[in-house]
Design a protein around this ligand. Structure first.
Ligand SMILES: Nc1ncnc2c1ncn2[C@@H]1O[C@H](COP(=O)(O)OP(=O)(O)OP(=O)(O)O)[C@@H](O)[C@H]1O
Length: 387
């Protein structure tokens, strides 16, 4: 298994800059997730590790050994793709055995049998070995593709959205199996996904990629609770974080948060949190974006003191819960609600954001400034690292 290091790696395709001088290091045995929007550069990173692409600039090394010019076949990486890439006319057994029968890894048939059966056991598909790919479900095909990667002892597993084609239930169970498998093998794994839940569930660390740049690297909790900017905050969370453009008015030792809802000025006293107050004072903050997760917005359909009035824009189920979106004028607020409520679109809704759980962003640069309970969140991230 390997430590993998990128230093100032740049890769362009004509005028498109797919990787814009990125640097990062993946630890030995780490499950490292690449997470970001379409076209961010995630697959290009995998292809550079595999040797399918050669960087224009910068270096890639495995365990401090320079890899830029090493042939893909000699890098000993195992790739698992979204489209499985199985040989249609070979049985599951032969598909799984195929890497060990290649010229480079030529292995005797007894050893192949041992390895194929061990991988089949791990992927719980011993009963499928005689079937052809056409006789398998999508989930089973994906297991074969993983099993085929497992028969070798690769430096690194590269997985490009391997669960994307599976239904939600299977995706959940495969997620758990994948994590278990990786822990058992003690392997380095680079995993690309668009799915926030998958990134959180699998990644020892997550790298947020956008426009060929690494925006933030950290544990799921670290990035979720302390996103470096509003872009990262909006990627990390479903439904997306709410942003309320606000100003801070200081009256004596009171800090009031002022914002508009449907043309009406609202003022809420900011709860006292030493770190937040010190930052506001130090930076003389006046204009901020307040980030609040949907689960931290209280609502009622009856008037309540301290709640402000907005209008219901939509109410939609997202599985085992629903999301109410309220129209507040220049912006909308998302909040979590149970399924099965009788909610009328355009009706009044009374809202109370829990400012004491919010994140404060700079309204111009959109960068993170401070959050409530920052010390507790940092401690949580440290506990994770120690684990
Ligand atoms: N062979 C290529 N020729 C031209 N442009 C390419 C090529 N491969 C990738 N690109 C461009 O490089 C950028 C990064 O692509 P990449 O596939 O790495 O993104 P991604 O993050 O994996 O996206 P997705 O999540 O949609 O798969 C994109 O703008 C893409 O269009």
């Amino acid at each position: 298994m390997a430590r993998i290091k990128f230093e100032n790696v740049k890769k362009t395709f004509g005028k498109v800059c797919a990787l814009d001088g990125i640097s990062f290091e993946i630890h030995d045995n780490e499950f490292f997730v690449l997470f970001g929007p379409a076209g961010a550069g995630k697959t290009t990173i995998l292809n550079c590790v595999a040797g399918i692409l050669i960087p224009d600039e910068g270096t890639i090394s495995f365990n401090d050994q320079l890899m830029n010019l090493v042939d893909p076949a000699r890098r000993n990486v195992a790739m698992v793709f979204e489209n499985y890439a199985l040989y249609p006319n070979m049985t599951v057994y032969d598909n799984m055995a195929s890497p060990l029968r290649s010229k480079l890894y030529k292995t005797d048939e007894n050893t192949i049998k041992e390895k194929v059966y061990a991988a089949a056991k791990m992927m719980k598909m011993e009963n499928l070995l005689e079937r052809l790919p056409s006789q398998l479900s999508n989930g089973q095909k994906q297991r074969v593709a993983m099993g085929r990667a497992l028969v070798r002892d690769p430096n690194v597993f590269l997985m490009d959205e391997p669960l994307a084609h599976l239904d939600a239930k299977l995706r959940n169970s495969m997620r758990t199996e994948l994590k278990e498998m990786q822990a058992n093998l003690g392997s380095t794994c680079i995993y690309v996904t668009h799915d926030f839940m998958e990134a959180m569930a699998l990644g020892d660390r997550i790298a947020i990629i956008n426009k060929g740049k690494i925006i933030q690297i950290g544990s799921g909790d670290e990035i979720y609770y302390m996103p470096i900017n509003e872009f990262v905050a909006s990627l990390m969370g479903e439904p997306q974080i709410n942003i309320i453009p606000s100003t801070i008015k200081v009256e004596g030792n009171k800090y009031n948060l002022c914002f508009e809802v449907l043309g009406k000025k609202i003022s809420m006293e900011m709860p006292v949190d030493e770190k937040v107050m010190v930052k506001i004072g130090e930076l003389a903050l006046r204009c901020v974006d307040i980030g609040i997760r949907p689960q931290h917005i209280q609502y009622s359909f009856e008037k309540i003191e301290g709640y402000f009035k907005a209008t219901v824009y939509s109410y939609e189920s997202i599985g085992n819960k629903s999301v109410i979106i309220a129209d507040c004028g220049d912006y909308q607020l998302r909040m979590i609600a149970p399924n099965g409520l009788r909610v009328r679109i355009d009706s009044d809704i009374y809202i109370h954001p829990e400012i004491g759980k919010s994140i404060v962003f700079d309204c111009e640069s959109k960068n993170y400034i401070v959050r409530y309970d920052e010390e507790a969140v940092k401690a949580l991230a440290t506990i994770q690292e120690v684990r």
